[in-house]
Design a protein around this ligand. Structure first.
Ligand code: 5BU
Length: 478
């Protein structure tokens, strides 16, 4: 038997001896009777047990974990996290149970920066809800919280609930393992062990927790505080300042017409979406004028280039050729199909001094019969989560695609009537995309550009989109 196994067994016996785990018949909060009961709070009175737990967590799981901070779920796991922090020389963060009533309303104490990773420590998980509470507060601060180390997993659905919220756990014991050790060490007999096993099988899995707070209920101001990408942060600010979540898709083919249209509607939009490759007389003077107008009217520029090649080619397409997109577009659209290299290509170009740029990754499309599946969307979101600094958001059609409040949902395919064009574009109404489909920024093209009076039409879209956004976040406005 290896040393680690021996020490795990030693811990099981110790927990039994100090009554941190008890067998018999106990009432639970839900009213169901349980044959096993844990109270790990008592471990603070036993320094040897505390030391053994922190040693085991450190040896067994912590050493290979790459994290900047650790945070214990209050209260039982706090002393364990403290010991671990000192032992591993890692910074610790503390989550408050209640926000302070005065001064800063901070929930997380300690020094940290958005984008840093934080490992969570917890004693026991049943449904995983306490870990999730902590995850939620850490993520609100822009911290990356996707792993938790647990002393005991009761195997009642917590692991699965957490996985659904992108949190992976590692536990010192599962309930079955603990029972097995205690039988072997003759602390409990087989009858009790079977009773516990039966209870675990028969007790319905703990309440399912589907997701953290719905991102669409937060205001753009609140989300700008969380953003890890500079373009997303600026865009959230512009939306709040201009009271507009309207993006104009300016699908015109002459530079004069484009500049003329911007003079009319620039005031009403937060984002201008271009297709540089449809412009017949594209030139550098045009991009200079475009940038000046973006400054004058305070909007950002998104080049809807939909890159889809290997990283090296994309890096060239992005910065070279006639269009030199990286020089004038704040952000670009990118397909996830070729894999991570494409994000690295844009990320590296940003690091190379082009400034703070962003990417909208295509997670779904609006066109009828497109080949994107829910699995593809989920994988796209997963891949993107590794690049929080370069990711501005996702181009998608449904709220369920992602829930990280740092990222912006850009939704095209919008007109006042639900309809289709002759080439398969599918349109939803402003109300529907904001309230039901979770759109943050709404793309309107022909609905404005081909209108008799584009300016008046842009105002109509802007107002209806904004009032629906206000309805959506009404619970959050102080
Ligand atoms: P429309 O005129 O509102 O249909 O223009 C929509 C624009 O958004 C157009 O430029 C498309 O290229 C773009 N678009 C889209 O319609 N659907 C998608 O899924 C994506 C982009 Br991605």
């Amino acid at each position: 038997m290896n040393n680690e196994q021996q020490r795990i067994e030693e811990l099981a016996v110790n927990l039994f001896n100090i009554n941190a785990v008890k067998f018999g018949e106990f009432d639970t909060k839900s009213g169901i009777k349980t044959p096993v009961y844990f109270d790990l709070r008592v471990i603070v009175s036993y320094p040897d047990v505390m030391e053994l737990i922190s040693d085991l967590i450190y040896e067994f799981a912590f050493k290979e974990m790459d994290c900047v901070h650790i945070c214990g779920v209050p209260y039982t796991a706090l002393p364990i996290a403290t010991l671990l922090s000192v032992r591993a020389k890692k910074s610790m963060l503390m989550r408050r149970k209640e926000a302070k009533a005065y001064g800063t309303k901070k929930m997380i104490e300690g020094h940290y920066e958005a984008g840093q990773s934080c490992l969570i420590i917890e004693d026991v998980i049943t449904s995983g809800s306490s870990v999730l509470e902590t995850v939620k507060d850490l993520r609100k601060e822009g911290l990356k919280a996707d792993r938790a180390l647990i002393i005991l997993d009761r195997e009642q659905g917590g692991r699965e609930n957490l996985a659904k919220n992108d949190v992976q756990i590692k536990s010192l014991f599962t309930m079955s393992k603990l029972i097995e050790i205690l039988v072997q060490k003759e602390k409990i007999d087989n009858t009790m062990a079977n009773k516990v096993k039966k209870y675990l099988l028969e007790t319905p899995a703990a309440v399912k927790i589907d997701s953290l707070e719905d991102r669409t209920l937060l205001t753009y101001e609140q989300r700008s505080e969380l953003s890890t990408n500079t373009v997303a942060k600026r865009l959230f600010h512009i939306m709040s300042a201009k009271k507009s979540n309207l993006c104009l898709s300016i699908d015109l083919t002459s530079t004069i017409k484009i500049l003329d249209m911007i003079e009319k509607v620039g005031e009403h939009i937060c984002l201008l979406k271009t297709h540089a490759d449809i412009i017949e007389d594209f030139n550098t003077d045009f991009t200079v004028s475009l940038k000046n107008l973006a400054k004058k009217f305070n909007f950002l520029i998104l080049e809807d280039r939909k890159f889809a090649d290997i990283g090296n080619t994309v890096a060239l397409q992005y910065s070279k050729g006639i269009h030199k997109i990286a020089e004038w577009a704040d952000c670009v659209t990118v397909h996830s199909l070729p894999g991570e290299g494409i994000l690295k290509a844009i990320n590296n170009s940003c690091d190379n001094g082009i400034g703070s740029r962003g990417v909208f990754l295509l997670a779904e499309m609006s066109s009828e019969g497109n080949l994107i599946t829910t699995e593809y969307t989920a994988q796209t979101v997963k891949m993107a989560s590794k690049y929080p600094n370069v990711l501005t958001g996702f181009v998608c059609q449904t709220k369920e695609s992602f829930n990280d409040p740092r990222y912006i949902q850009l939704t095209p395919g919008v007109q006042f009537e639900c309809s289709k064009d002759e080439l398969g574009q599918v349109y939803n109404t402003p109300e529907k995309v904001i309230l039901e489909k979770g759109a943050d920024v709404v793309v309107v093209g022909r609905g404005i550009v081909t209108a008799k009076n584009p300016e008046a039409q842009a105002v109509l879209y802007k107002n209806v989109l904004w009032s629906n956004y206000l309805r959506r976040v009404s619970g959050k406005i102080e």
